[in-house]
Design a protein around this ligand. Structure first.
Ligand SMILES: Cc1cc2nc3c(=O)[nH]c(=O)nc-3n(C[C@H](O)[C@H](O)[C@H](O)COP(=O)(O)OP(=O)(O)OC[C@H]3O[C@@H](n4cnc5c(N)ncnc54)[C@H](O)[C@@H]3O)c2cc1C
Length: 434
């Protein structure tokens, strides 16, 4: 089962509507200043609580959502939504404070001290501070300076913030008195909690025990690029599809602490999986030095860049740099007659092309078109300009386009494809950054 992005957004919006309705039912009409502050504190509090739950659900790695929406899009929604949720939390706190100050005729500091005596409010204040701290580490300017592992470790605190917020919701005034609302709220939280534990903890452990993955080969593919072949038991059960990725943890002295996302660069076969990795940082450089026999934990599969997205007979695969990896797997496996498939592979120069022999063999065997678009990205001639694309693929608007490459290339290629007549709904892109 795959949840399409629109269905998920509709469901989430309906949930927000239900929360608004709950507020409306509970709101007591009054034009007194303290009551007005209190009622909007109530609304922002309910929406913030719902938002926290949605943020957790988006990151729970539920296969139906991951395979339907795509991990990169989920991460993007999570990052955008997280900012709004944090704003709601802070607005809720500020409005509640104003309500208490207006009600008691005190200043804000006096109101804050008074509020801390209420049940669950110390937990709420701590939870909000934790969420604000996590939000701060995710701000773009900070994120660029912080190591991925540090950022992830800080993100684990979100669970603590969410638990404290939940304690406040149950004991605070927002749900108090509404038995049905409190029961439903608890059920929703329990469901999301179970999904998180199941898909982020139980499933990875079960996969590790069941498949016993080990490296069988590390092969140099080009400058700074290696393929790692991994073998295990019963890999069919993973039901991994070309175009998808796993999170890989290599149990080597220098790599076991981190799990990194890499797409399959070949379709799974004979109980082997293959990834192709470009060295671009500390961890990917260490992968080049891995040796056969090293144990591997792979969690997945994730991602929605699969054959299921296809709506047309003709398909254009457009790869930039190491973005060739999922395209290579799709080039071999997407169903199609001769002439249906075209692969455009953008690289700085011929030396940077990887998996070239395989691509050429697949193109010859399938009667598919394969073009290399070489040259620096700042060269005067842009091979991804709309006219150039239409020259290479004359019936381009009749195609579905699968696209994977560096962020700059993905952005400009998407714009060029749109200008060349491909509707946005038929451009299926995957970003190699979360
Ligand atoms: C869905 C997906 C599929 C990918 N497939 C491939 C592939 O097939 N081949 C390939 O060479 N690269 C692929 N990448 C990119 C690859 O995961 C990163 O290049 C790698 O994680 C960088 O690790 P590093 O520590 O060497 O580099 P660093 O210098 O530490 O990081 C470089 C960049 O990678 C990001 N990154 C680092 N660690 C992680 C992590 N654990 N999870 C997510 N992002 C991280 C950082 O945000 C940073 O922007 C893929 C990425 C994603 C998200």
């Amino acid at each position: 089962m795959r949840t399409p992005p629109r269905a998920l957004l509709t469901g989430l919006a309906a949930g927000a509507g239900a929360v608004g309705l709950l507020w409306l039912v509970q709101a007591a009409p009054s034009f007194r200043l303290d009551a007005l502050f209190a009622t909007f504190a109530h609304l922002t509090g309910l929406l913030a609580a719902y938002g926290i739950l949605v943020m957790l659900l988006l990151m729970a790695r539920v296969p139906a959502i991951e395979h339907g929406v795509g991990a990169d899009r989920l991460a993007c929604w999570h990052s955008l939504g997280g900012r709004h949720v944090l704003t709601l939390c802070l607005a809720h706190a500020a409005l509640a404070l104003c309500a208490a100050a207006a009600h008691g005729g005190t200043d804000l500091l006096g109101a804050a001290v008074g509020l801390l005596g209420y049940p669950g409010l110390a937990a709420a204040a701590t939870g909000t501070a934790v969420l604000a701290a996590v939000g701060a580490t995710s701000a773009r300017a900070v994120r660029r300076r912080v190591r991925h592992e540090t950022w992830r470790a800080a993100h684990l605190l979100t669970y603590l913030g969410a638990a404290l917020a939940f304690a406040h919701q149950l004991s605070g005034p927002d749900l108090a008195g509404g038995l049905l609302a409190a029961w439903l709220w608890t059920m929703l939280h329990t469901t999301v909690g179970v999904l998180l534990v199941w898909y982020r903890l139980v499933v990875p452990v079960r996969q590790a025990l069941r498949h016993s993955l080990r490296i069988t080969e590390v092969r140099t593919e080009g400058p700074d690029v290696v393929s790692v072949v991994v073998q295990g038991l019963g890999l069919d059960a993973l039901r991994a599809e070309p175009g998808q990725f796993f999170r890989w943890r290599f149990l080597d002295r220098r790599l076991w602490r981190t799990s990194l996302p890499f797409s399959l660069s070949a379709p799974p076969r004979n109980d082997t999986l293959r990834i192709t990795v470009k060295a671009c940082g500390d961890h990917t450089r260490r992968i080049r030095r891995l040796r056969p026999g090293v144990r591997v934990l792979a969690t997945g599969p994730f991602g929605a860049l699969t054959a299921h997205r296809r709506t047309r007979r003709k398909v254009l695969l457009l790869a930039g740099g190491v973005g060739i990896t999922p395209m290579r797997a799709l080039f071999e496996t997407l169903p199609g007659a001769p002439g249906d498939l075209t692969l455009l592979y953008r690289a700085g120069d011929a030396a940077q092309l990887v998996l070239r022999d395989e691509l050429e063999a697949i193109a010859a065997a399938r009667g598919a078109a394969l073009h290399y678009l070489l040259g620096p990205s700042d060269a005067p001639f842009d091979p991804l300009a709309p006219r150039a694309l239409r020259h290479l693929v004359p019936d381009l608007p009749e195609h579905d386009v699968y696209l994977c490459g560096p962020p700059g290339m993905t952005r400009s290629a998407t714009a060029a494809l749109r200008r060349a007549g491909v509707p946005g709904s038929r451009i299926h892109a995957e970003h190699f950054t979360f």
